[in-house]
Design a protein. Structure first.
Length: 421
């Protein structure tokens, strides 16, 4: 055990050297302090007890007994092979069942695979749709400063639960708490509903995020007090919270047919300064610069006419005129493409939505309809009793890499303004 050079108040305990090989202790260690204490003065605690960041009823109270605040990243060294030969990236070849409180979370961030060895979860590459059904409002900041839309199916926001208790701070309006299993946890909308119910609370559209008495409720009420602080317009600085309010997704269309996604959250409360919460900048109708090309359907468009809403040609087709742009509501239509076994060429020509390998789903969610390893063949996996639905997954072989590619049996169409385009 030795003191940290930059601060003698913090001590590091390194693995013991093998008796027969003192040189085996050579190693590189990077240390990060994750605590409510100040690195410049760890004797001064920024909150009321040392267990501030630990969502557990048995929180530590002493100054330096929170050993999990010190995170070691042990780089390749000359220690024995069985102790430190850890792969940089580990891919699991089977699902690992959850236990206890693990089963209540929607996703993970960091896991400890071996004492002192931590791995960060890397999501599988996936494209999330900018348009989705049943969108709801999420907001950031304890004072309702920033808002936008979120997809209920994705772990997009932190828990937000309403309901009073005897020693709750008295405050104006409808207050809510963040109840988490780890710092920065994100849940699906359903996961948030279950979390609130587990702790005797309810989902809501709160007016404020307000922690227990001076933010000391981490140990007493399972709160994640620090996760309510984000309140800026920059996406990377925000921690969003679920609500029960609706959120309208729109498109802003330029004169040359490029579109930007716009969010219009329901205005239920104002920010602390009395103004409406600002919409996140990249989906803000007035601030967005995120325009992109889309394949407009020109099937029924007359020759010589535009295939998208335009101020000059069709007065935005029922949408509103916003300067030089058309601002339109959207209607999302999702349909099943194939009702029988397609050929490989048909899959490539008509399916454009990717899917995960069905074997990664738990409890045999998908069953095999037909399976082949032939380079020209098509494998089919169904969800439920209907073989060919919008949930069906097709598997084919990529002709270049010889790896499998997976496609979902769905066609997603977004209609804008009055639905002509």
């Amino acid at each position: 055990t030795q003191p940290l050079n930059s601060n003698p108040f913090i001590e590091l305990t390194l693995p013991k050297c093998p008796v027969n090989n003192a040189g085996a202790c050579q190693q590189a260690v990077r240390v990060g302090l994750r605590s409510s204490r100040s690195l410049s003065d760890p004797t001064r605690q920024s909150r009321n007890n040392d267990g501030f960041h630990k969502p557990d009823t048995n929180c530590a109270k002493d100054i330096y007994d929170d050993t999990d605040d010190i995170v070691f990243d042990v780089l390749p060294s000359f220690r024995p092979q069985d102790q430190c030969a850890f792969e940089t990236v580990v891919t699991l070849d089977a699902n690992i069942p959850c236990h206890g409180r693990e089963c209540t979370i929607s996703t993970i961030r960091v896991v400890e695979a071996f004492p002192g060895v931590f791995y960060e979860y890397l999501r599988l590459p996936c494209v999330n749709f900018p348009f989705f059904h049943d969108s709801v409002k999420v907001f950031a900041g304890y004072g309702y400063f920033v808002a936008m839309c979120a997809d209920k199916r994705l772990p997009s926001a932190s828990s937000t639960c309403c309901g009073s208790y005897s020693d709750r701070d008295v405050g104006p309006g409808n207050w809510a708490d963040i109840l988490c299993e780890y710092r920065g946890e994100r849940l699906t909308h359903e996961g948030n509903t279950n979390r609130c119910a587990d702790w005797g609370r309810t989902i809501c559209d709160p007016q404020r995020i307000g922690s227990y008495s001076g933010r000391r409720g981490q140990c007493l009420h399972h709160q994640c007090c620090e996760d309510d602080n984000a309140q800026t317009q920059y996406l990377e600085n925000n921690q969003y919270h679920w609500t029960t309010s609706v959120c309208n997704i729109q498109v802003k269309i330029s004169s040359d047919g490029l579109i930007a996604v716009v969010h219009d959250p329901e205005k239920t409360y104002t920010s602390l300064d009395g103004s409406n919460p600002q919409v996140q900048s990249h989906v803000n109708a007035e601030k967005t610069v995120s325009y992109f090309h889309v394949p407009w359907d020109n099937t029924n468009v007359l020759v010589g006419h535009l295939e998208y809403p335009s101020i000059a040609e069709n007065s935005c087709d029922g949408g509103s005129i916003d300067g030089e742009y058309c601002l339109c509501n959207i209607t999302l239509e999702e349909t099943t493409v194939f009702t029988s076994l397609p050929t490989r060429e048909e899959v490539l020509a008509k399916l454009h939505v990717g899917a995960f390998d069905p074997s990664i789903y738990e409890n045999e969610v998908y069953t095999v309809v037909t399976e082949t390893n032939d380079s020209k063949g098509v494998s089919v996996y169904s969800k439920g009793s209907i073989h060919y639905s919008s949930e069906t997954i097709f598997r084919i072989k990529d002709e270049y890499s010889n790896a499998f590619a997976f496609y979902k049996n769905i066609r997603s169409i977004v209609k804008v303004c009055d639905g002509t385009f």
